[in-house]
Ligand binder design. Structure first.
Ligand code: GLU
Length: 424
């Protein structure tokens, strides 16, 4: 006999890792786009994955053998593009997830790149500069065959910086001839772009400005808490403060500091430069991550590792706005909880796309050998970020969905169109 009630839709099994989590976000958008199964298969799977062994002679004379990855996710819209991460927790599924996010991020801000990511499982905080250089040169040598200015272009990410990009360029160029366009985030003296170091945070503030402007508001007088004080977190705090907003709490790996009246951000910067941590800053009281996430602020900005907003702490979040300056800081179940509670999340692929946008400017400056001043970089960056934000808001209103789903819809459609037009 036919059942009288519709059976409950079987719940999809919870994603097992970061890569599956990103694919679940992809599927949510693909469902709304009525995307055919075969197109989904093409768009989800990485094009190429390279795993290399990286033996490095350490300063004590012994050899450590590290494992390095480069995952090229989708290259339909241009050369693969994405950072290289040096971190003890680097694993292949995480690199796949981050490579996939790069595909959607570059499509969303409409820069002519695909998505890639790389990483080496190591702890740069315990390594000397010479050890880092030897590691970078060996890793570059072993993945050089899949790199190139019109093939795959790395950039800085967690644990890497302009210095590492300079070694990468030098190592690659020693094989193929002078190739500044093989990597972005280089020092300005070696063809880096002005404004690249501040770019991600600058873009974070561009979308926040656009968000508040649409509501007749601004950052001035608003409170924020920032998790992470690396490149992105430190500049985000600085720019928030410069706009007349109050940064009331900041944490990093070693601890944190809060001050409900607003931290003195320039003094915090000076303290960090000396102590390499915000913990112990005398202009406030100590706070940990759990305390930071639960603060009653206007805006919460995760700017460090992935998977930090989880089902365990999402219920405690009191901020009406979460801006994902980090990559993949929110787990899918936490994301649903925030959505149910009416908390607006500006997703990573939109909020932190300023970095890769200025990487695009850097690459194009390298190809033309015509260099821009910082005002031009920031102006063009602001235009790109605001345009992407407006496009996402438009889809979000039409579809009545979260900003994340709207952002994925826009990005996934662009990549699908490129695949189809190329005949795949
Ligand atoms: N690592 C940055 C990101 O996750 C920048 C990537 C790039 O510029 O290629 O977006």
């Amino acid at each position: 006999m036919a059942p009288t009630t519709t059976p409950a839709k079987p719940k999809a099994p919870a994603p097992a890792n970061a890569y599956e989590e990103v694919n679940a976000l992809f599927d949510r958008a693909a469902d709304r786009l009525n995307m055919a199964d075969e197109t989904r298969q093409i768009l989800k799977k990485p094009f190429r994955e390279v795993t290399v062994s990286v033996p490095v002679r350490m300063d004590n004379g012994k050899i450590n053998v590290y494992t390095g990855f480069r995952v090229q996710h989708n290259g339909a819209r241009g050369p693969w593009k994405g950072g290289i991460r040096y971190h003890p927790e680097v694993d292949l599924n995480e690199v796949r997830a981050l490579a996939s996010l790069m595909t959607w991020k570059t499509a969303l801000v409409d820069v002519p790149f695909g998505g890639a990511k790389g990483g080496v499982g190591c702890d740069p905080t315990t390594m000397s500069s010479l050890e880092m250089e030897r590691l970078t040169r060996k890793f570059t040598a072993r993945i050089a065959v899949v790199l190139g200015p019109s093939r795959d272009i790395p950039a800085p990410d967690m644990g890497t910086d302009g210095r590492v990009m300079a070694w990468l360029m030098d190592e690659y160029s020693s094989r193929r001839g002078y190739s500044p366009g093989v990597v972005t985030g280089k020092p300005v003296t070696l063809g880096g772009s002005r404004g690249r170091i501040t770019a991600t945070a600058y873009g974070v503030l561009s979308v926040i400005d656009a968000y508040y402007a649409g509501r007749g508001e601004s950052v001035k007088g608003k409170t924020a808490s920032v998790q992470g004080f690396g490149n992105v977190g430190s500049y985000t705090a600085k720019f928030w403060h410069e706009r007349g907003g109050k940064v009331v709490a900041v944490t990093d790996v070693k601890g944190g500091v809060q001050n409900p009246k607003g931290l003195d951000v320039p003094a915090l910067w000076a303290f960090f430069e000396k102590n390499r941590t915000v913990a112990g800053f005398p202009g406030g009281e100590p706070i940990d991550n759990a305390g930071l996430f639960a603060l009653k602020v206007d805006c919460l900005i995760p700017a460090a590792l992935g998977d930090v907003i989880t089902a365990k702490n999402a219920g405690a979040i009191k901020a009406p706005l979460v801006v994902e300056a980090a990559n993949h800081p929110t787990t899918p179940d936490a994301d649903e909880m925030l959505e149910e509670r009416g908390i607006v999340v500006i997703p990573d692929i939109l909020a932190n796309a300023g970095g890769v946008t200025v990487s695009y400017f850097e690459w194009s400056q390298n190809l033309t050998q015509f260099y821009w001043d910082e005002d031009k970089v920031n102006h063009e960056l602001d235009i790109k970020m605001r345009r992407a934000f407006a496009e996402v808001e438009k889809i979000q209103k039409k579809e009545k969905c979260s900003m994340r789903t709207a952002a994925f819809m826009q990005a996934v459609q662009r990549v699908a169109d490129a695949e189809t037009q190329r005949g795949n």
